[in-house]
Design a protein around this ligand. Structure first.
Ligand code: PNS
Length: 161
């Protein structure tokens, strides 16, 4: 069984992320979408909230499940016996960081591959931080966020302010 990991902060999961997860689910027998800590980001949503949102939007994908891990991605991949991680690449600006991460992860665990999928054209510009900014200022996020979790995000941000 070929298992792949889609790692990220998912704060929150966007239609761009979901596009990558859906495409990864066609390539692998099983896909685990995993919420990990990115020390350079201060998340708005708790790990549990982010995982719940992932579960909601991936319900219709039978070979996809959600998980969290409070440690190194390379260790998580080893623990699960996955053969690859799959990440989306939006633009050249993503490349340098992702390239560095790939090399570091290889050093930590040489047993898996990092596979980059080009982001679909309609999500090239999309990021979780842009969505949060739009939502904070009462903008419409429905073009960017899966329908099942749009209201959850709006409600949560209302409670925040
Ligand atoms: O969605 P993001 O923020 O670009 O995802 C980055 C993430 C969470 C995948 C990355 O920061 C990560 O792998 N965090 C876990 C800790 C780790 O293994 N870091 C890489 C080696 S320093």
């Amino acid at each position: 069984m070929k298992l792949a990991i889609c790692p990220g902060s998912f704060d929150p999961i966007t239609k761009g992320h979901l596009d990558i997860v859906t495409r990864a689910a066609r390539l692998f027998d099983k896909v685990l979408v995993v919420v990990l800590q990115n020390p350079i980001k201060r998340p708005l949503f708790t790990v549990e909230e982010r995982m719940e949102m992932i579960q909601k939007v991936t319900k219709k994908l039978p070979n996809v499940s959600a998980d969290t891990y409070d440690g190194l991605l390379a260790d998580y991949v080893r623990m699960k016996g996955a053969c690859a991680i799959v990440k989306g690449l939006r633009a050249v600006s993503d490349f340098e960081y992702e390239f560095q991460m790939d090399l570091i992860n290889k050093q930590l665990n040489p047993e898996f591959e990092t596979i980059f999928l080009n982001t679909s054209q309609e999500y090239m510009f999309l990021s979780s931080s842009i969505v949060k900014q739009i939502a904070v200022f009462n903008g419409d996020i429905s073009a960017f966020i899966p329908e099942e979790i749009c209201q959850d995000i709006v409600d949560r941000l209302r409670r925040e302010v």
